[in-house]
Design a protein around this ligand. Structure first.
Ligand code: V4E
Length: 226
């Protein structure tokens, strides 16, 4: 059986005192504010995140973000490549049995001598300990979301409870959707927001790991995962 998957393409940016005003001026529609707590899971040896796989529970729902299969070397002009380099893209899997399958596939060694029959219930967390997954990060975010309807993009302004404030421009594509067009929408939105930086901006997880798991953070940096 194959499951519906989407690909999240996003560009992070640093917010400033004018960000809200600029969003209003460019006609962004506010979708509201919500608060959620994220818990991220991995083995004690970080087998998942060292493969750039991010297993998360948010508001009772599971999600696995994995690298996309395309290697990102599609033919692009110089300007297009620069814009693409500022964006990240990940496959998002939300079907729990599919998540469990993918995770087990990665940590086969851990699973080899264990009973790994898993319940697909969102609430039953016994599958985590069966395959030695532990929570390595937990934090709360207050998110204000906006949409730029003509572009089909969402802009989120996040405030994490450990003091980091970051924005992201995001397009959700069905798998196999038009990546180039998503990158162009993000680039146009970045232009409207007056974003000038050409460096990738750190996400919440970068900042969290830097202070809570500095050795793992350094390893992810050296492996070019972060
Ligand atoms: C760290 C990471 C992932 C975990 C989720 O990170 P992020 O998308 O920043 O969280 P959030 O709360 O904005 O999720 P959303 O609500 O948008 O689903 S998934 C991939 N990574 C690695 C990574 C990276 N290497 N570079 C950047 C800029 N971001 C993430």
């Amino acid at each position: 059986m194959s499951f519906q998957m989407s690909v999240e393409v996003e560009r992070k940016f640093l917010c400033n005192a004018d960000t809200l005003k600029t969003l209003q001026e460019i006609g962004a529609v506010c979708l509201g504010q919500r608060q959620f707590c994220d818990q991220y899971f991995d083995t004690p040896k970080f087998d998942l995140t060292l493969r750039d796989m991010w297993l998360r529970k948010r508001k009772g729902c599971w999600e696995l973000k994995c690298p996309t299969t395309s290697n990102g070397t599609e033919e692009r002009s110089g300007e297009q490549s620069k814009a693409a380099a500022l964006c990240s893209r990940y496959k998002e899997i939300t079907n729990l049995p599919e998540i469990q399958l993918r995770v087990k596939e990665v940590i086969k060694d851990v699973c080899a001598d264990r009973e790994t029959e898993m319940s697909p219930s969102q609430e039953d967390e016994s599958w985590l300990s069966k395959i030695n997954l532990v929570c390595f990060a937990e934090f709360t975010t207050v998110r204000r979301s906006f949409t730029l309807e003509e572009e089909g993009v969402q802009v989120d302004l996040d405030q994490a409870d450990f003091g980091y404030h970051v924005g992201e421009i995001e397009v959700l594509l069905p798998e196999g959707g038009d990546l180039q067009s998503a990158l162009e929408k993000i680039e146009r939105t970045a232009g409207k927001l007056g974003l000038t930086g050409d460096q990738r901006v750190e996400g919440k997880m970068h900042v969290y790991l830097k202070s809570n798991h500095p050795e793992h953070y350094a390893k992810l940096l050296s492996e070019h995962i972060l």
